[in-house]
Design a protein around this ligand. Sequence first.
Ligand SMILES: [Zn+2]
Length: 510
Amino acid sequence: MTDFRSLLRRDYPLPLVAAVLTVLNALLFHGPFFSYLTDHVQSSANGVLIWVSWLLILLAVNYLGFVLTLFLGRTVGKILIGISMVINAGCLYFIHTYDVMLDDTMMGNVFNTQYSEASSFASWSMLAYLLTLGLLPALLLGWVKIRYGSWRNFALSVGASLGGTVLITFANMPNWTWVDKNSTVMGSLLLPWSYIVNAVRYQIHEYDAHREEILLPDAVWVDNGRRAAVLIIGESARRDHFSLYGYPQNTNPLLNATERITCYEAESAATYTTAGVKAILDSQESDERYEILPNYLHRMGVDVTWRTSNWGESPLHIDQVEHRSDLQRRYGEDCPYDELLTRGLDSLIARSPSDKVLVVLHTSTSHGPSYYSKYPERFETFTPVCRSVEMGECSHEELIHAYDNTIVYTDYLVHEVIRQLEGLEGWTSTVFFVSDHGESLGEGNLYMHGVPRSIAPREQYEIPFIVWVSDTAPQPRPQAGVGQHHVFHSLTRFLGLDSPVYRADRDIFR
Ligand SMILES: [Zn+2]
């Protein structure tokens, strides 16, 4: 013990401390990086070249980072590196447990996650990661005395590591296509660079997205009747687990027995919430911030209400936005489930001062990983269910049971809305259920969603698009190639508006 203390009391030259940190960083946090690398290079001389080059670049870049942060930051530098170790440990836990990719999209999810969602991930093994891989080395670093040396030595260290990085990079020129093809995944496994770079990228993107909304051209009314539409935005609902789409388990007992239901085999535009919801509400594919469906219809005189137990939608410029807490107060119910969103819809529509009503329900029912907590007990149709937040801990069957129960509950929610609209007299009405994206349930060892759309497995983008109409409404037509952008055009026209941006080829009623 005395020996250990005297080791800590001695002071060490900066290059040595940076070198130890570099090796520790590679050993503790880059297991997934090196196993990805090993899996994706050929077993040839060139494969070995790529592998060794990446190892050297990783070491050189991290060494450079540590030298710069410590020499320029001193105590602040130590604190920053300590914090990054704790975050690295947390990231490693998520990479190991959920196979997440720390790209800019995932950083967006992190910034948009509420405490309630984040806390559902907490577990003992996460705490163990944070303490042993993060806090312990961070405290040791805090303790160690560093001899920072002269500016001249600092310049030598920086020059050597920078020169080494450039040299290896250019020596590897023939392999740049391999790097390009694998860069997204590789980059996301480099800690702490993945979350630092991608957090900055995400914030730049966010700044961009919060520009003023570009207004769409005004529409004209071509129908005077009383029309109501309810758009239910699903969360992580994958199509192939709906018996309406042929799933062998009966996950849709109520909708299966409902008349005037049309199901489209749709695909989502993205695999994460903000982009999926944007595509459902937008008139076109665009990175620009065009006026979204509820804002546009509200401006045209439609009575629009937005009810949500979720988040991630673009800014709403309407009068009635109701969160779960508002509804709990109004209906005097402590209900933690999505059925709260459906309360009193019929009277909301019947009492409307307008002849045109749109209600959007932004649900959260199938959001992982705690599927078992998203439905009331009476909907636990399939058992036993997975009750752990670490999906790898459950049997595949238990996980599927928990997820399928959320679909059974979704079936009830959609049916409940239909039941209320069916009881409305004098209204022509429709109900849309469209999911924001799909969900992986362990296929190819992937869980949840968020894999970039271009390389995502089909489970993450094959979504249900279910339409019900009242008996006086136009019938939806069978169509192929239906996507989330069909919602805007179909509902605008259904409510009786003709807009210059309207596209008949995206109207399911045409
Ligand atoms: Zn989502």
